[in-house]
Design a protein around this ligand. Structure first.
Ligand SMILES: *[C@@H]1O[C@H](CO)[C@@H](O)[C@H](O)[C@H]1NC(C)=O
Ligand SMILES: *[C@@H]1O[C@H](CO)[C@@H](O)[C@H](O)[C@H]1NC(C)=O
Ligand SMILES: *[C@@H]1O[C@H](CO)[C@@H](O)[C@H](O)[C@H]1NC(C)=O
Ligand SMILES: CC(=O)N[C@H]1CO[C@H](CO)[C@@H](O)[C@@H]1O
Ligand SMILES: CC(=O)N[C@H]1CO[C@H](CO)[C@@H](O)[C@@H]1O
Length: 355
């Protein structure tokens, strides 16, 4: 009898693991090939080889790019140097990149590991840059003031909180106020891998301000990019391994209520919103396995989608760029300014296109 129970339990256990592994390959979308699509004149931007994980374009065309991410399980071509914030001016005819100097007495540059970024502009036009960083595998939000005169970032503050253990991206709603995604629940690298394999969907979104911090949305299968509509009324969240973009309504008390979700045939990563049209641009991974398990012979492809009229009953989805990884590996983010498109990647190069 005991043996029968043990065998039954073993069978059930194996079936469950089999089911989870099958589900894992679907969540990773392991077998889709990519047919090339190009919007027009595209070229690789010189001076970016080691990632352009997140980028944000200011209304005046100045662009911040985070580069050099080191993240568990993800490739880095430059594992021994700290990350950087790069600056580009999209009004230039052939925009070039420049590394921003970082100043501030309490900031440890050697462990700077920038990930998601967001800007906030106050009434005096001061530009604050908020950067998710992973010093020593931890999660912080670093607050900087952008000083355009000498192209530098003055470090003002490091924000840490127990509700911000595994940060990925953030969207600023004030200099010291933001919504942020935690892409995992477990901090321990071993447990976090199992969390991903099993699809526990314990990742969440947190609202942060100096005197009020709370979880405002949860149960995501890897909450990734986050952004806000130009009128500030809606928050968009990408759920990477569920292939979904969620639209939430934002209330005056900062709570979020779910409005709708769109499902895609690709892993949706970082989100940017066109400040003029409200269109949503998403950097995507058609094959998640190639992002998490890098093989130079089979590099991860890149895809960019544009979503128009996301709030209506019939949003229009366009595949704007697709490439199998020969040119651009692992696109994470895409953003537009004045007929120009920038596409960033987790650990590879960055692309500039004239639309
Ligand atoms: C990327 O990293 C490699 C390895 O450290 C380095 O040789 C190269 O100069 C870096 N490229 C850029 C543009 O920073
Ligand atoms: C926040 O505002 C919404 C909409 O007005 C309301 O439904 C909700 O109960 C409020 N929540 C809290 C915690 O105050
Ligand atoms: C990617 O596409 C290029 C050009 O279309 C082709 O030459 C190359 O073989 C493809 N690579 C892979 C890995 O499919
Ligand atoms: C800002 C942001 O969401 N960055 C994410 C972009 O995509 C990569 C790959 O999934 C993530 O690791 C980043 O966190
Ligand atoms: C090949 C594959 O598994 N494709 C799936 C990717 O994800 C979308 C959305 O969940 C599915 O519709 C595809 O079948």
């Amino acid at each position: 009898m005991g043996k029968l129970v043990a065998l039954t339990l073993l069978g059930v256990g194996l079936a469950l693991i089999g089911e989870r592994l099958l589900a894992f390959s679907k969540r990773m979308n392991v077998s889709r090939e990519v047919k090339p699509v190009e919007p027009g004149n595209c070229h690789i931007i010189e001076g970016i080889d080691n990632g352009s994980e997140d980028l944000e374009i200011l209304p005046n065309g100045l662009t911040f790019i985070s580069s050099g991410l080191k993240y568990p399980g993800i490739k880095s071509f430059d594992p021994n140097n700290p990350g950087k914030i790069l600056l580009m001016n999209l009004n230039e005819e052939n925009p070039t990149v420049l590394e921003l100097k970082i100043t501030g007495s309490n900031f440890n540059l050697a462990s700077f590991n920038p990930h998601g970024i967001s800007t906030f502009r106050d009434e005096d036009n001061t530009v604050y840059l908020l950067v998710v960083s992973h010093p020593d595998s931890k999660s912080t939000v670093e607050l900087f003031k952008f000083q355009e005169e000498d192209k530098s970032l003055l470090h003002l503050k490091t924000i840490r909180h127990e509700l911000l253990p595994n940060l990925n991206d953030l969207v600023a709603v004030g200099p010291e106020q933001f919504y942020a995604t935690n892409d995992h629940y477990f901090v321990d690298p071993y447990l976090r891998s199992w969390e991903m394999y099993l699809g526990l969907a314990w990742s969440n979104v947190v609202y942060y301000s100096p005197n009020d911090v709370r979880v405002v949305a949860d149960k995501f299968d890897f909450a990734n990019g986050i952004n806000i509509s130009p009128d500030g009324k809606y928050v968009y969240i990408s759920e990477l391994l569920a292939h979904k973009i969620h639209v939430y309504e934002k209330h005056a008390n900062w709570t979020l209520t779910p409005l709708k979700s769109l499902t895609f045939n690709t892993l949706v990563d970082n989100i940017s919103v066109d400040p003029v049209t409200g269109d949503v641009w998403v950097g995507c991974h058609p094959n998640g396995m190639r992002i998490f398990f890098h093989d130079p012979e089979n590099p991860p492809a890149s895809e960019v989608i544009k979503i128009q009229n996301i709030l209506t009953d019939e949003p229009k989805v366009t595949l704007v760029y697709a490439e199998n990884g020969t040119v651009l590996q692992g696109s994470t983010v895409a953003s537009v300014y004045n007929g120009k498109l920038l596409v960033g990647t987790v650990f590879h190069k960055a692309l500039y296109c004239e639309l």
